[in-house]
Design a protein around this ligand. Structure first.
Ligand code: C2E
Ligand code: MG
Ligand code: MG
Ligand code: MG
Length: 282
């Protein structure tokens, strides 16, 4: 019908929409299969202390090893997983896998560092989140203090609800980081109310930090605010020495970014970062 009625341009537009819809349907059905066949893999990106290059934690980042399309990044499939509810299965796998891996590293004499795991909004709001996390920790044997959950400001919209959830997690001993900090349009007042342990300065403030004086002001302010609120602070997306220098000059001690390491498969993390520990501990 569209073809008969419309001009060429309109017809093209319509086909484009059809294509997008088809791609989306295909992605969704592939994702369902991926959950059943467990096509996911976790990469780990080191977080380091800038003064010593010492590894102080790792962030678990999920990838989808698609049978025909290769390794897909979470930006492509997490939003679809979130919309369809597949995020519950993917998120459970991710949490369990990350805790299992960290426990394995601890048991093998690796550094006693925490693993950070990203939670999506639906996961954060799922019923019995605390019991669910407790079960995963029990099952994998990882101590609660070695698990950090990364949430975003946008999940804090319902202040009463998030207070309740975060207090329970905190009582249980799990750490909370605010990811992508500074991009969320939310009120700062929740920072004084909620048990948040760490602010992660978003990469968008870091990219031009050697030139952009507004970014410099924002980042310096976040670092100082974190200090005064007794929170840790880490900067994301450090790619250059210049960016690193700005951060260390402004007393940001913890760093994550390609400058130190890209996210790596578990075995590469061991080979690259745990070698000195292994030698001293074996
Ligand atoms: P995020 O949690 O803010 O993670 C940081 C992202 O920045 C990662 O992208 C990481 O690879 C990338 N990155 C780190 N350092 C640099 C750098 O120096 N330069 C640049 N250009 N990028 C850097 P990735 O792995 O593609 O993940 C994207 C987002 O997907 C994550 O952002 C997080 O929001 C989400 N995500 C990843 N894994 C999971 C997961 O297991 N569950 C959930 N719910 N979301 C996840
Ligand atoms: Mg994160
Ligand atoms: Mg982030
Ligand atoms: Mg992000």
């Amino acid at each position: 019908e569209v073809k008969k009625n419309g001009k060429n341009g309109f017809q093209f537009f319509s086909n484009e929409l059809d294509n997008q819809l088809l791609l989306r349907i295909e992605l969704e059905s592939d994702l369902r299969k991926a959950v059943k066949q467990n096509e996911f893999i976790l990469y780990y990106q080191p977080q380091v202390r800038a003064s010593s290059n010492e590894i102080i934690g790792v962030e678990a980042l999920v990838r989808w090893n698609h049978p025909t399309k290769g390794m897909l990044s979470p930006g492509i499939f997490i939003p679809v997983a979130e919309e369809t509810g597949l995020i519950y299965d993917i998120g459970t796998w991710t949490l369990r896998e990350a805790c299992k891996q960290m426990k394995k590293w601890h048991s093998a004499g690796g550094p006693l560092i925490p693993v950070s795991v990203n939670l999506s909004s639906r996961q954060f709001h799922q019923a019995n989140l605390v019991e669910y996390i407790r079960d995963i920790l029990q099952e994998t044997g990882l101590e609660a203090k070695y698990l950090e959950l990364e949430i975003t400001e946008s999940m804090m919209m319902d202040a009463d609800l998030s207070t309740e959830i975060l207090n329970k997690l905190n009582d249980f001993g799990v750490k909370i980081s605010l990811d992508d900090f500074g991009t969320g349009y939310s009120s700062l007042s929740y920072l004084k109310l909620l048990p948040i342990h760490k602010l992660k300065i978003d990469r968008s403030f870091i990219t031009d930090i050697t030139q952009n004086t507004s970014d410099q002001a924002i980042v310096a302010t976040i670092i100082s605010m974190a200090k005064h609120l007794n929170m840790d602070v880490i900067a994301e997306g450090i790619e250059t020495k210049g960016q690193l220098d700005f951060l260390t000059e402004n007393a940001c001690k913890e760093i994550q970014g390609y400058y130190f390491s890209r996210p790596l498969p578990a075995t590469e993390v061991e080979e690259t970062f745990f070698v000195p520990y292994r030698q001293t501990l074996l």
